[in-house]
Ligand binder design. Structure first.
Ligand SMILES: NC(=O)c1ccc[n+]([C@@H]2O[C@H](COP(=O)([O-])OP(=O)(O)OC[C@H]3O[C@@H](n4cnc5c(N)ncnc54)[C@H](OP(=O)(O)O)[C@@H]3O)[C@@H](O)[C@H]2O)c1
Length: 211
């Protein structure tokens, strides 16, 4: 399967590393084609770089791995999202002494993005784990990490669940895209635990279920 990854930072590179190893073909899209090529060069194989529009055009699934505040600019520079599955990895975080959400309760970053690109099938995922576990796998002994995801299109969610499994996380379907209102605060919680409460980034969420 062909994946477009917009953004060459922590999450973009982590997704690229995990998924190219599993045989997915990736095109990085960046504001700078040189940076996208550099990101592709960090992968062992299966990766190319291009513009943001090139990566959107290439991907059957397109990951938004950019700051939420840059989304409008990124979408302005994109190709058509018609029929594409779009994975929103963003968190609308304001970093201060304690990180906060810029929006929430009655909407979410994912729902705002879905309104901006109504022709796409938006799925929220990969926003509640630190990038090191996305790159290397969420392996904590018997308790591998869970990856919560949500969206309004069943076929898109099934495709994204397979991608989540490929990264080693256990996919947990959280229902409609409005569940992103719960998933985005979870990201702020794990950042506070890691950064403010001194737990570092060797932590991840796990949903326990009784057999
Ligand atoms: N870091 C984590 O562990 C983590 C975990 C879960 C979710 N997230 C979320 O994932 C998203 C990306 O996080 P990250 O840690 O990968 O961020 P990052 O390292 O700062 O990278 C973000 C990338 O976005 C691209 N970008 C496009 N337009 C931009 C603009 N106007 N200003 C700045 N960057 C722009 C840049 O790539 P180009 O320069 O190549 O265009 C940049 O490398 C964020 O929304 C974050 O909340 C992060």
């Amino acid at each position: 399967m062909k994946l477009g990854i917009i953004g060459t930072g922590n999450i973009g590179i982590a997704l690229g590393k995990a998924l190219t190893k599993k045989g997915f073909r990736v095109m990085f899209g960046s504001r700078s084609v040189a940076k996208a090529n550099q990101a592709a060069g960090e992968m062992e194989h299966n990766a190319d770089g291009g513009t943001i529009a090139n990566a959107v055009h290439f991907g059957e699934i397109v990951f938004l791995a950019v700051p939420y505040k840059s989304i409008e600019e990124v979408l302005r520079n994109s190709d058509s999202f018609n029929g594409k599955i779009v994975v929103d990895c963003t968190n609308p975080v304001i970093f201060g002494e304690y990180p906060e959400l810029a929006i929430g309760h009655t909407t979410s970053a994912a729902e705002q993005i879905a309104k901006m690109i109504p022709e796409a099938k938006v799925v929220k995922a990969f926003n509640t784990a630190f990038s090191n576990h996305i790159a290397n796998g969420p392996y904590f002994g018997p308790n591998d990490g869970s990856m919560f995801f949500c969206g309004d299109n069943a076929q898109a969610k099934a495709a994204v669940a397979k991608v989540i499994e490929a990264t080693g996380f256990e996919p947990v379907d959280c229902g409609p895209l409005s569940s992103a209102r719960m998933l985005e605060p979870m990201a702020v919680l794990i950042i506070r635990l890691g950064n403010n409460m001194g737990m570092g980034n060797e932590i991840a969420f796990k949903l326990l279920t009784r057999e």
